[in-house]
Write a protein that binds this ligand. Structure first.
Ligand code: NAD
Length: 498
């Protein structure tokens, strides 16, 4: 059987939403086509949910909330460990589903499944750590303490780039804090989320996890404006994040957290280890996800003393990357998620090629998309660090890297900080003084020194400026899904009124 024929078998299922523990179609029976990025062909369908389906899911989540809230934290942790076990048992199938549906290479997606399991276990292990405080009181016979209580129903909206990992990992913290969840995956990559919903339904009480598929404009809008959803968490583009912040405020007060986009700088200082910095720039661009990663360091600033050598080595390393079938073990780079995303990448490559200030260093225009959305890892060098090419300003979310030279510390920091975004930054230097100074000066929520791309378990991830609001992946995420209740108790009335 060929890889693609095998692929057809993996996704050839009757995909349904999960509402109240049951597998259901959209209330009006509507479906959306699922297109394989590697072939451009329709491979299956998913339910095209609507507002009624969201309302049903929210009702199911509300119905499940009192029981889930009363479940002891230790038992919630035990159940989440069982969800992690179930994901681990289906790891290969889940990785293959994502490779087919999302287009990233199977080797990377196996790692995503491992990370998902680790993150679910991390939050399961924190079940007993949602602690309140006791606060000193003026009189004997009094006690003041705080407890952390869940919000109720959490609306969780996730993007296309790490489908399984986000579907699994992003529901763990709200569940451990005692909330129930309605998950809305990207319409482009919903299959693994539906699968996760089924696994959850086998382990958790009905209604604790619900998965509604469909378009952002219908399902996403209803979920993030629903009066019975007091807590909304969104991962996706800045544009949609701004919209959600506005629409969430339309009918009720909601707590909203946002994990948004980036156009992240990587700075190579003159005393950097050149080999390591080149490897770090390739890794940091996340070419192995076709550049579709929010943390990608897509603007690389290199000190002029290293410029020529850096570019030469970078070109060699980028050209080595094998673009091919996401299901092939030999592919380093798979297919871009949709035809629209492919066209976007092609447009930016054309802009670079037409710009006299830009020099093509590696890659180039993508191949004909008739047989799959394969874009080549591409690098442009700009001699003028201050120029206003869209390649330097926009989050392309594709495999296109821009490299610029710099001479002066102050100038490179101001170039790095010039955008209204601030998710990640990467600094390459052998000087602790330079590193600490740059860490302080760079406007970013997550900074690497002599590394890139890695997420450290438990370390808070999130952006400043328009890259987001809130922190995830650490204990802060758990606390963000709970609200404090203060309790003041006075029993010994006679003692201090005397
Ligand atoms: P997107 O904003 O287009 O869509 C994300 C999700 O929002 C999808 O499920 C979509 O259906 C839904 N949506 C769309 N319109 C909506 C609306 N009006 N109301 C509610 N939901 C709506 O993003 P994408 O293209 O799927 O993902 C790429 C973006 O995500 C990039 O900008 C990337 O940087 C960002 N991202 C950020 C992080 C992070 O942790 N900061 C992680 C991954 C991706």
């Amino acid at each position: 059987m060929t890889a693609q024929a095998d692929a057809a078998v993996v996704v050839d299922r009757d995909w349904r939403m999960i509402i109240g523990g049951r597998r259901v179609s959209a209330s009006d029976g509507a479906v959306l086509d699922v297109v394989s990025p590697a072939t451009g062909k329709v491979i299956t369908t998913i339910p095209a949910g609507n507002s009624t389906d969201v309302d049903r899911a929210v009702d199911a989540a509300r119905g499940a909330f009192p029981g889930w809230q009363k479940t002891s934290a230790a038992d919630r942790g035990r159940l989440l460990h069982q969800v992690a076990d179930a994901i681990g048992e289906h790891a290969e199938e889940l990785a293959r589903i994502d490779a087919i549906d999302n287009g990233s290479p199977i080797s990377m997606l196996r790692n995503d499944v491992r990370l998902a399991v680790d993150q679910v276990r991390y939050f399961a292990g924190l079940a007993l750590e949602l602690r309140g405080q006791s606060i000193p009181v003026p009189h004997q016979g009094e006690l003041n303490y705080t407890v952390h209580e869940p919000f109720g129903v959490v609306g969780r909206v996730v993007p296309f780039n790490h489908p399984l990992m986000f579907a699994a990992a992003k529901i763990a913290a709200p569940l451990i804090a005692g909330n129930t969840v309605v998950l809305k995956p990207s319409e482009h990559t919903s299959l693994s989320a539906l699968y996760i919903g089924e696994l959850c339904a086998r382990v958790l009480p009905p209604g604790v996890v619900n998965v509604v598929t469909g378009l952002g404009a219908t399902v996403g809008t209803r979920l993030t404006t629903h009066p019975d959803v007091p807590r909304v968490a969104f991962t996706g583009s800045v544009e949609t994040g701004l919209l959600i912040q506005r629409q969430a405020a339309s009918g009720s007060v909601k707590v909203v957290t946002l994990e948004l986009g980036g156009k992240n700088p990587l700075l190579v200082f003159p005393d950097a280890d050149l080999d390591a910095a080149v490897a770090g720039a390739v890794r940091g661009m996340n070419f192995t996800w076709q550049g579709q990663s929010c943390g990608s360091t897509s603007r690389v600033y290199v000190h002029r003393s290293l410029w020529t050598e850096f570019l030469a080595r970078l070109a060699v390393d980028v050209d080595k990357l094998q673009v091919g079938d996401p299901l092939s073990e030999d592919s380093d780079v798979g297919a871009v998620v949709t035809r629209a995303q492919f066209d976007r990448v092609a447009r930016y490559v054309d802009i670079g090629l037409a710009d006299p200030r830009a020099r093509l260093v590696a890659g180039g225009p993508p191949a004909d998309p008739a047989h799959g959305f394969f874009a080549r890892p591409t690098v442009f060098a700009f001699e003028d660090g201050a120029c206003d090419s869209p390649l330097l300003l926009d989050e392309i979310f594709g495999p296109v890297l821009s490299v610029l030279p710099f001479d002066d510390y102050r100038d490179v920091i101001s170039q790095a900080n010039r955008l209204p975004l601030g998710l990640t930054a990467s600094i390459w230097t052998s000087s602790l003084q330079t590193a600490l100074q740059a860490v302080q000066d760079l406007e970013a929520g997550y900074v690497w020194v002599n590394d890139s791309s890695r997420h450290i378990p438990g370390a808070p991830f999130g952006g400043v400026k328009n890259s987001g609001l809130g922190r995830e992946e650490g204990v802060e995420e758990l606390y963000s899904y709970a609200q404090q209740k203060n309790v003041f108790i006075r029993f010994d009335r006679g003692a201090h009124s005397a």
